[in-house]
Design a protein around this ligand. Structure first.
Ligand SMILES: C[C@](O)(CO)[C@H](O)COP(=O)(O)OP(=O)(O)OC[C@H]1O[C@@H](n2ccc(N)nc2=O)[C@H](O)[C@@H]1O
Ligand SMILES: Nc1ncnc2c1ncn2[C@@H]1O[C@H](COP(=O)(O)OP(=O)(O)OP(=O)(O)O)[C@@H](O)[C@H]1O
Length: 288
């Protein structure tokens, strides 16, 4: 480790939207094959990495709601330590301070992005002990949404959401609204009403009009509060669920229109954001 890398390093963990989300089949391992377009947005958690003299991982979490051992940051860091031990690559102890800003259970991938920033950040600080293809495998073991944040570019994804063809969707503004409901990802994937037989689309042929989020109809049926918000937002522009929810996002041509809609509506938690085709993590790392 060079002397400059002994200083604390702060890296972003941005959120994503699923611009659409189809299920093309059910697999034998309990997971589903998906088709989705991931686009990053400019709201993020941050993680600060400070090397420690001792060989241990310490997590300082400003959101005490998640037990340290369950936190995806801690699990990702421990997983990378194990990988370095197996391959006899050098690594040092680290204090990681997580500052949460992204809502949880939102379909914005906050926990997954925190895990990816941990993998990428530690791999950077430890002088790249793990090659990118292996880092992507480790990411997928931590959660289906983690690999896209390691990849760091908007992509049409297949597999469990871990096989990528880069795309450049228009960088619209979105009003992202978090309804006050808690939705279980695993329960929604198990729902009997879920459409699981979408016809595969070539990556170049997806657009808003010929796609949907297959979870949307299930969520709107089960959660009247989300259905009501969805109906209100539709008056302002195309509106869709991200991931398995709970967040809805409405597309706008410019920031002013999104801010005006946010001001007119009496919303729970909401954010005006811009789509980004390179993640803030990758943009930050290329500047270091
Ligand atoms: C819905 C999405 O957010 C779309 O981006 C992701 O597919 C969900 O990714 P995630 O939250 O990282 O999900 P994981 O923690 O890996 O999986 C939670 C549960 O969702 C189900 N699951 C998840 C992803 C997938 N492709 N098929 C599934 O069936 C499985 O039952 C799994 O046990
Ligand atoms: N660092 C973390 N930040 C947020 N959630 C975490 C974290 N570590 C573990 N979790 C757990 O992961 C669950 C999912 O959180 P997350 O914020 O990633 O949801 P999400 O936005 O719905 O993500 P996804 O789109 O991947 O389903 C939470 O219920 C939480 O208990």
């Amino acid at each position: 480790m060079t002397s400059s890398q002994k200083r604390p390093l702060t890296l972003p963990a941005p959120a994503k939207l699923n611009l659409f989300l189809h299920i093309t089949g059910r697999r034998n391992d309990g997971y589903h094959d998906l088709e989705t377009v991931f686009q990053f947005i400019n709201i993020e958690d941050t993680l600060t990495f400070e090397p420690l003299a001792e060989q241990r991982i310490e997590l300082v979490d400003t959101d005490s709601a998640i037990a340290v051992a369950d936190n995806l940051v801690f699990r990702a860091a421990q997983r990378l330590v194990t990988e370095c031990q197996h391959t006899q690559k050098p690594h040092t102890g680290m204090r990681i301070t997580l500052t949460k800003r992204l809502p949880q259970g939102a379909g914005l991938g906050g926990g997954s992005s925190d895990a990816a920033t941990t993998l990428v950040g530690l791999n950077h600080l430890w002088q790249q002990p793990v090659e990118t293809p292996r880092l992507l495998q480790i990411a997928a073991e931590l959660g289906a949404d983690v690999p896209i944040f390691v990849h760091g570019h908007s992509a049409f994804a297949t597999g469990i959401g871990d096989q990528f063809v880069d795309v450049e969707p228009e960088q619209h503004y979105y009003l992202v609204v978090k309804p006050q409901v808690n939705i279980s990802t695993a329960a929604l994937f198990a729902d009997a009403d879920l459409k699981r037989d979408c016809k595969p689309l070539p990556p170049s042929q997806w657009h808003w009009q010929n796609t949907t989020n297959v979870f949307e109809s299930v969520v709107l049926k089960q959660y009247p509060a989300v259905a009501k918000l969805h109906a209100q937002l539709l008056n302002y522009g195309p509106t869709r669920l991200t991931g398995t929810g709970a967040c809805l996002f409405t597309r706008f041509a410019n920031q002013q229109q999104a801010i005006a809609a946010q001001a007119q509506l009496s919303l729970p938690e909401s954010y005006v954001v811009q789509g980004q085709n390179r993640s803030s993590l990758i943009r930050t790392l290329t500047q270091i």
